[in-house]
Design a protein around this ligand. Structure first.
Ligand code: ADE
Length: 259
């Protein structure tokens, strides 16, 4: 997959693109990321990328021509038309489903917006706007990095253990179950060992029991913290054992809520 990022802060991308899963994807050649400085697409001596808003008001607006030039240059170097994204709090919320859809695209362009605004005519060249959540960032750079990270780890050959991506609980629309590593017994600052013990079942070696425990934990957490994720469609995607566990959990919650 090729990703072109158009930004006024290219320096924000240097370390994150060298690090971790994304860095490995680039090293392995599964992913190529070009960071393009929007100022390189200006034609004036001062490399101006923004201007005051028509109609007045505070804040500067990103000018359309440098963005159009950047998009033209990227398109000229590409075989097929890339998918153009604009980071914006007005966009569709990034979810695992959106990340999966984007990971199927061979070439993405991410235009990093500024919160004060991007000249609206830029939207004529944008396929979709993506928001990473209902909060306001000062610019789209961190959002672009979030998108690249979420998409890159879905590309085959980027995450070492394919199984771990396939089993991501979010893949199945659920929150993750708790994870533990050694030591099994721990006392820290006078806490423990009971509170800090690893659940017995995980030490049992009984894989069927462990699988069931993990399903139960994932479902209980989802029901407790994010019941909105348990839509009819999400429930239909559960397996029989999970549906049975969910019914049990709901029933025990109802009983607990009785006066
Ligand atoms: N730019 C500013 N805020 C943003 C957000 N929440 N998501 C994506 N881009 C943004």
């Amino acid at each position: 997959m090729q990703v072109d990022i158009v930004t006024i802060f290219p320096a924000m991308f240097a370390e994150p693109l060298k690090t971790g899963v994304v860095g490995r994807g680039i090293e392995r050649g599964v992913l190529a990321v070009n960071v393009r400085d929007l100022r390189d697409f200006t034609t004036d001596r001062h490399r101006v990328v923004d201007d005051v808003a028509y109609g007045g008001g505070p804040g500067m607006v990103l000018k359309p021509e440098p963005i159009f030039r950047a998009l033209d240059a990227i398109a000229a170097g590409a075989g097929a038309a890339p998918r153009v994204l604009l980071t914006s709090p007005q966009g569709e919320r990034l979810t695992q489903a959106v990340a999966e859809r984007l990971s199927g695209s061979p070439h993405l362009v991410i235009l990093c917006g500024r919160y004060e605004g991007v000249d609206d005519r830029v939207r004529t060249r944008v396929d979709e706007e993506v928001s990473i959540g209902d909060f306001v960032l000062s610019g789209g750079e961190l959002a672009a990095l979030v998108i690249v990270d979420a998409v890159a780890r879905l590309l085959p050959g980027v995450v070492g253990d394919e199984q771990s991506v396939a089993e991501d609980s979010f893949n199945r629309g659920l929150l993750d179950f708790p994870h533990f590593t050694r030591p099994a017994q721990l006392i820290w600052d006078g806490i423990g060992p009971a509170e800090l013990a690893v659940p017995e079942v995980l030490l049992s070696g009984n894989h069927a029991e462990i699988r069931r425990w993990r399903k139960r934990q994932a479902l209980a957490r989802t029901l407790e913290r994010r019941p909105d994720l348990l839509s009819t469609a999400a429930i239909a995607a559960l397996d029989d054992e999970e549906r049975e566990i969910l019914a049990e959990l709901k029933k025990s919650r109802e009983t607990a809520e009785l006066p």
